[in-house]
Design a protein around this ligand. Structure first.
Ligand SMILES: Nc1ncnc2c1ncn2[C@@H]1O[C@H](COP(=O)(O)OP(=O)(O)OP(=O)(O)O)[C@@H](O)[C@H]1O
Ligand SMILES: [Mg+2]
Length: 226
């Protein structure tokens, strides 16, 4: 079976002061290796909640999560972070680069979290992925010296450096103009062509064309569109 991710009847609640919010309602989902899944829906519908759950950044209340054939439903925080560090890459709307670190140091970070990667190997990997996003010449500069699109390309290099099974992207073009967005989407499209699994949240209906699977979320209910 080539499913990278399976969710079975997942429910998630947020605890509010005197109440709770049923944020994800009985979600069933299968993501295969090489899929480009787009998660669409209005603001507040539950897209980020679902993406964070898929990326093991947040927990859920009932149901089952299978990652790469393994039931990770009851994994503790250590086991979750090990999975994230080894198999997952993350791209966010606001890039989330660390301003006090150079571009090279930002890209290297996931390998430091992963541990046990020799200095030389880290340096080679940093150069390989900076080159892949076309920004090797910026390696000794700092994030604030780069344009938004360049910063997002650095974030993509960072997401790729641990050679993840899955890339999670929450509105990766949300802070960019349309030309720059197209450049970022071109990079994601090429990664997907090389069989990288991509899960992307977006508001932008035009980006559905990149997907082979689309999910619509409305009030925490997910419907498969293709
Ligand atoms: N930490 C939290 N505590 C309580 N409620 C939350 C929390 N995070 C999100 N919510 C609520 O859960 C619902 C889904 O939020 P979520 O962030 O997943 O929406 P979204 O689809 O990503 O929206 P947007 O497009 O604006 O980013 C919303 O009603 C939101 O207010
Ligand atoms: Mg969101």
């Amino acid at each position: 079976m080539s499913n990278v991710i399976e969710l079975k009847d997942i429910n998630k609640y947020y605890k509010l002061k005197n109440d709770k919010l049923h944020a994800l309602k009985s979600i069933n989902l299968e993501i295969e290796q090489g899929d480009f899944l787009v998660i669409m829906g209005k603001s507040g519908s539950g897209k980020t909640t679902l993406l964070n759950l898929l990326g093991l950044l947040d927990s859920f209340d009932s149901g089952q999560y299978i990652f790469n054939g393994k039931d990770v439903t009851n994994f503790n925080e250590n086991e979750r972070s090990e999975l994230r560090n080894n198999y997952m890459g993350f791209i966010f709307q606001q890039f989330h680069l660390i301003e006090s670190l150079t571009i090279a140091q930002n890209v290297e970070l996931p390998l430091l979290y992963k541990g046990k990667v020799a200095v030389k190997e880290r340096k080679e990997a940093v150069e390989k992925y900076l080159d892949l996003v076309g920004l090797l010449e910026k390696k000794n500069q700092f994030p604030t010296e780069l344009s938004g699109g360049q910063q997002q390309r650095i974030a993509i290099a960072r997401a790729l450096i641990n050679n993840p099974y899955v890339i999670f992207a929450d509105e990766p073009t949300g802070a960019l103009d349309s030309n720059t967005s197209a450049e970022i989407m071109e990079i994601l499209k090429n990664l997907n062509k090389d069989n990288k699994t991509i899960i992307m949240v977006t508001h932008d209906k035009d980006l559905v064309s990149y997907a082979n699977k689309v999910i619509q979320i409305k009030d925490g209910v997910a419907t498969k569109e293709m």
